[in-house]
Write a protein that binds this ligand. Structure first.
Ligand code: PNS
Length: 160
């Protein structure tokens, strides 16, 4: 049976941290589905379609990775695509409480789905999409934190 892993997130925008995690997760699974949440409660900087394009530009070279979007409950989406593993990143202790709670809630909703936590490269543990957006919005250099295609998209989005 092929091992399907699901890496869900906002990816608004994808960062080098996301990329690092996707490359690590792709080694563990036969197929990795990177899924963008189309969350109407948040006002994203990039549309779902744009975030998917930015992901493809960043990690589109990986043959066993496919990209998708979903709305509604993650557990339901995981069931629909037949994923057995849910991948999430842990950068620091600050991430732990929310991730732990989410893992247990997802287990309650879908007992067959096992959450796996991966740790990014140590040099990327401070990188978050929200900080990247904030730095880019005020004209700071996000070059080392995102793929050049993402940096260009941020520059266009926050052009003054
Ligand atoms: O990149 P993020 O914003 O940390 O990802 C959060 C995400 C998309 C994994 C989470 O918000 C999610 O699962 N949303 C879908 C709705 C859902 O299932 N909520 C209950 C989670 S226990």
């Amino acid at each position: 049976m092929s091992r399907i892993a699901l890496y869900p997130g906002s990816f608004d925008p994808p960062t080098r941290g996301h990329e690092d995690l996707i490359r690590r997760a792709a080694i563990l699974a036969d197929e990795l589905v990177v899924a963008v949440v189309g969350n109407p409660s948040k006002q994203p900087a990039f549309t779902t379609a744009e975030r998917l394009d930015l992901l493809r530009a960043t990690v589109g070279d990986l043959p066993n990775v496919r990209f998708d979007a979903f709305e509604g409950l993650l557990a339901d989406y995981a069931r629909r695509i037949g994923a057995q593993f849910l991948v999430r990143g842990l950068r620091a202790v600050g991430d732990f409480e929310y991730e732990y709670q989410m893992a247990l809630m997802n287990r309650q909703l879908h007992p067959g789905l096992e959450t796996i936590f991966l740790v990014p490269a140590s040099g990327l543990t401070y990188v978050s999409a929200s900080l990247v957006r904030e730095v880019a919005r005020f004209g700071g250099d996000v070059g080392p934190l995102v793929h050049p295609v993402v940096a260009a998209a941020l520059a266009r989005r926050f052009a003054r």
